[in-house]
Design a protein around this ligand. Structure first.
Ligand code: FEO
Ligand code: CA
Ligand code: CA
Ligand code: CA
Length: 592
């Protein structure tokens, strides 16, 4: 039986029953509202959505594909308005098989696009900034809102920080190494205390290919990032800059954190190289007691690392412009987890330890362009795919989603990654000095750590561990994104649960302290094939926005015969990645 109330949990909604479904499911008493779908208008002049007549020009004015990172910035700027704001959304990648008729199934479809289709995909990547409003209890997007913006793979950007201008950043189109078009595979993200977005370039490798991946002078460096001769996407056949044999340095200009100002649609986004180059899942900030700002970021690959960047200077709360280039100067650290709940942050600074010319690092730019190799050399702890990393505003602890790692062997287990064949993943809590007080030291080079939960089904999957009152529906698999409500409760969304655990991906809430600590409860289930991204609460906790990414990403799914036609369920039409708002029917706080 499912208890109507939460037992020891402060989350008292009626828990969902786990299952798989073509549609989404939400706990009783809550309502799902559609905010914006792939193809909906963002900018003036956007054509109506027509999946049989996609054009690059139209797509560049419409909401992009596969929404991941999702943030909410109140309007006016600096307010806590929970009924009018901007949503900022990443468009990570394209499910080519579901976008285009007649192209076939699976990832292989990405290698089959024509030049025109590839141009549509290029315009479907990037981000959207969209004005949203809640009127009479219902959220809507504002087409052609004054601050609406599309950023695509062709939007001009600046390169900032120590790697800007480095010879390995130069291309034929940009001999200065300081200007780049667009951003790729932006997965999760975060924001800054001064009200800008930071967005993370993740699996950028799959867009670049060429013989140079095997025989070129940068072959070893390409390999460490998974860049191969045969790219997943066909873009390199149509556009030279994705072809390593023509532009060997172009991939060095991806894999960064990008900062942009959502309140200024004319502003030029900046790639902040000081934060390192890897498959950034996201980056989220925490303000340290002395006013410096830490940014935590995972490198989502099996056996890759957890990082943090600490700004050299405190941020200035009184002068927004003074923070403009704060992210260009600071120290990047990588995590080493030790026994007995102790961990260290190891600096990646040129000239220190092994990061010298003898190992091929002639400057900090070299350290940053090859961040992964630098981290290998200093002895960082290989993790089980670090995804979202986020700080709980109430207890100051930092939560690391480790989504899974089926390749970890019994010989490779360690204190913070204790399970071999870790198909369900786990969540680690990093506890900086001062956590639980109002002076948390996020700049410190040591911290304590604990395991918050080990995912999988309790009593069935070896090593699964939660609160002992977790129900048959409350366990989860493959934690990916997380968020905190203003009470400090964690909300964990998953990616990969259908393949790894036979249950739908979804959103689970749990207390982080008190009697209900780690008692996860199932609140929302994704439609078939989708993962749940965001999540993002409004300041009043009365709305949680969710990005429903890759609906229909199931084996055998095609444009003609998708596994779901969510959310429109129109005959003959493919599914559409979309942002939804979940509200309580009585207007109350989420989870109350
Ligand atoms: Fe794009 Fe690591 O998920
Ligand atoms: Ca993710
Ligand atoms: Ca998050
Ligand atoms: Ca994922």
């Amino acid at each position: 039986a499912i208890p109507a109330r939460g037992g020891p949990s402060t989350l008292t909604f009626q828990e969902l029953r786990q299952g798989l479904s073509q549609n989404h499911q939400v706990a009783e008493g809550y309502e799902v509202q559609m905010v914006i779908r792939w193809g909906d208008p963002v900018l003036e002049g956007a054509p109506p959505y027509d999946p049989r007549n996609l054009t690059a020009e139209g797509q560049a004015k419409q909401f992009g594909y596969n929404c991941d990172y999702l943030d909410y910035f109140p309007l006016p700027a600096g307010s806590r308005n929970s009924e009018h704001g901007l949503i900022c959304v990443n468009h990570e990648y394209t499910n080519t098989n579901l976008m285009f008729a007649g192209i076939g199934e699976g990832r292989a479809a990405r290698g089959r696009t024509t030049r025109e289709q590839a141009a549509v995909e290029i315009a479907a990547h990037g981000m959207s900034v969209v004005e949203v409003r809640k009127e009479n209890g219902t959220w809507r997007s504002v087409p052609a809102g004054r601050l609406n913006r599309r950023i695509t793979m062709e939007t001009p950007m600046r390169i900032g920080g120590p790697a800007a201008g480095h010879e390995r950043m130069r291309t034929n189109a940009d001999p200065t190494g300081t200007r780049v078009l667009g951003t790729l595979n932006n997965c999760a993200g975060g924001n800054t205390p001064w009200g800008t977005v930071i967005t993370a370039e993740e699996n950028f490798n799959q867009y670049f290919g060429g013989d140079a991946a095997e025989s070129g002078p940068q072959a070893a460096a390409y390999r460490r990032y998974g860049i191969a001769k045969d790219a997943t996407y066909a873009w390199g056949r149509h556009f030279d800059r994705f072809n390593l044999d023509k532009e060997p340095n172009e991939p060095n200009r991806f894999g960064w954190i990008v900062e942009y100002d959502p309140y200024d649609p004319e502003s030029v986004p900046v790639k902040r190289t000081a934060l390192g180059r890897f498959k950034h899942e996201g980056a989220t900030h925490a303000i340290s007691a002395d006013g410096r700002v830490a940014f935590y970021s995972g490198d989502d690959e099996r056996f890759d690392y957890l990082y943090k960047f600490v700004t050299a200077r405190p941020w200035n709360p009184n002068d927004r412009a003074a923070n403009r280039d704060l992210l260009d100067d600071g120290t990047l650290y990588v995590a080493k987890f030790e026994e007995r709940g102790v961990m260290r942050w190891l600096p990646l600074v040129h000239g220190q330890g092994p990061l010298t010319e003898a190992n091929g690092f002639r400057s900090q730019a070299d350290v940053l362009i090859e961040t992964r190799r630098a981290a290998d050399l200093v002895g960082a702890t290989p993790m089980d795919r670090p995804e979202d990393v986020e700080t709980n505003p109430v207890n100051g602890r930092v939560y690391v989603m480790l989504t899974n790692n089926s390749r970890r062997t019994a010989q490779q287990v360690g204190p913070a990654n204790p399970r071999a064949n870790n198909v369900h993943g786990h969540v680690v809590e990093v506890i900086p000095p001062g956590a639980g007080t109002d002076r948390v030291d996020h700049a410190a080079t040591e911290a304590r750590w604990e395991i918050f939960l080990m995912a999988g089904k309790p009593g069935v999957d070896s090593g699964a561990r939660y609160h002992r009152a977790t129900s048959d529906n409350g366990w989860l698999s493959c934690p990916d994104n997380c968020a905190f409500d203003s009470k400090g409760r964690i909300w964990i969304s998953t990616d990969g649960a259908p393949e790894n655990a036979g249950i739908a991906d979804g959103l689970w809430g749990a207390d982080t302290s008190g009697y209900g600590r780690a008692l996860t409860r199932l609140f929302f289930q994704a439609p078939s094939g989708a993962e749940v991204c965001g999540p993002r609460f409004t300041p009043d906790d009365r709305t949680v926005f969710l990005a429903i990414q890759h609906p229909g990403e199931d084996p055998g799914s095609t444009f003609e015969r998708p596994s779901t036609r969510w959310p429109d369920f129109k005959d003959g039409e493919p599914p559409r990645p979309s942002v939804i708002a979940v509200v309580k029917r009585d207007g109350g706080e989420i989870g109350s």
